[in-house]
Design a binder for this molecule. Structure first.
Ligand SMILES: [Zn+2]
Length: 270
C-alpha cells in the first residue's frame, strides 16, 4: 500500500488536502476540508486524477469559511456526494453553511472509509472547536492537526506512530505582537483558543521525538500571511532542531505543495 498526502492550499484564504492510497491498480481518496471554491477544488482534484464524486469521504475540521467555502451551498453534488465526516457537536455546521442534505458520518468513534481508518480528536479553537484527524491505512498513518489554540493533553499519544504529520504553525509571537492587528484579535489568536504558534508546533514535535515517535515527514500548515513567514519558521527549526529540519516542509498558501509519499513505491505514477 502506498499513501500520499498532497496539501492543495493552506492558510486563512482556504484549506484543503488530498490523501490518496494506492494498492496495485485500485486508488482511494480522502479530502480534508472544503475551504476552496467548488470550481477551484474540482480543478485541483481533476489535476490529481480524481473527482469529488469518487472520494471515500471528506473530513471536515470545522465550519470556518477558510475550511468550508460558502460556494458549496450551491454546488454540493446531489448525486454520488461523498460523506462528510464531522463530530456530533459540529452537527449544525453543514445546515448552517447551506448543505442540509449532505450525508454525514459522525466521528465519535474511529470509522472506516474505504481502506482508511479515521480517528478524530477534539481541539480548542474559538467557540466551536475543531477536529484533528489520524488517518491510518495498512501500516501507515497520517496526522492532521490544524486550527488549535494549544496542544491538548493526550495529543502526543494520539499522534504516536504517524509517519506523516501535518501540523499548524500559524504565527511568530513577536510578529503577532508587532502587527497592526487590533489587540482583541491578537488576544483571540494567542489565548489558547486561536491558533498554534511556531514554537508550540515545534514543541509538540519535540515531545513526539522524546517519545521516540518522530514522524518521517512533517508539513507545517496555515502560516499567517501577516504574522509569519516560511523563512522565520525554517530559521527557528534550524536553530532549535537542526537534525529535524530536513524532514520538515512548509505548505504553500495558494497552490499545491509537493506531495509527501510513504510506503512502497508506486508502480504507476498518478
Ligand atoms: Zn483556519
Amino acid at each position: 500500500m502506498h499513501l500520499r498526502l498532497r496539501v492543495l492550499a493552506s492558510g486563512s484564504s482556504g484549506n484543503a488536502a488530498l490523501v490518496t492510497a494506492h494498492d496495485g491498480s485500485a486508488r482511494h481518496d480522502l479530502l480534508i476540508d472544503l475551504g476552496l471554491s467548488p470550481r477551484r477544488m474540482r480543478g485541483l482534484l481533476r489535476a490529481e486524477g480524481t473527482d469529488l464524486e469518487s472520494l471515500c469521504g471528506v473530513l471536515l475540521t470545522h465550519g470556518d469559511v477558510d475550511h468550508l467555502h460558502d460556494g458549496w451551498a450551491k454546488a454540493w453534488p446531489t448525486l454520488l456526494a461523498p460523506p462528510v465526516v464531522i463530530r456530533p457537536s459540529h452537527g449544525h455546521v453543514l445546515p448552517r453553511a447551506g448543505l442540509p442534505s449532505a450525508v454525514t458520518r459522525w466521528i465519535a468513534e474511529p470509522i472506516e472509509l474505504g481502506p482508511f481508518r479515521v480517528t478524530g480528536v477534539e481541539l480548542p479553537h474559538d467557540s466551536e472547536g475543531s477536529t484533528g484527524f489520524r488517518i491510518a491505512c495498512a501500516d501507515h498513518a497520517i496526522g492532521w492537526i490544524t486550527d488549535l489554540g494549544r496542544v491538548v493533553e493526550g495529543l502526543d499519544s494520539f499522534l504516536a506512530g504517524v509517519r506523516v504529520l501535518a501540523l499548524e504553525s500559524n504565527y511568530d509571537p513577536p510578529m503577532q505582537r508587532a502587527s497592526p492587528r487590533p489587540e482583541h484579535l491578537k488576544r483571540r489568536i494567542m489565548d489558547g483558543h486561536g491558533h498554534l504558534s511556531n514554537q508550540q508546533a515545534l514543541a509538540l514535535v519535540r515531545r513526539l521525538e522524546a517519545l521516540g515517535q518522530t514522524p518521517e515527514h512533517m508539513v507545517l500548515l496555515h502560516l499567517s500571511e501577516q504574522c509569519n513567514h516560511p523563512d522565520v519558521v525554517r530559521a527557528l527549526w534550524q536553530r532549535e532542531a537542526p537534525h529535524l529540519h530536513e524532514r520538515m516542509r512548509v505548505a504553500n498558501r495558494r497552490e499545491p505543495t509537493d506531495a509527501i509519499e510513504c510506503g512502497t513505491a508506486l508502480a504507476v505514477a498518478g
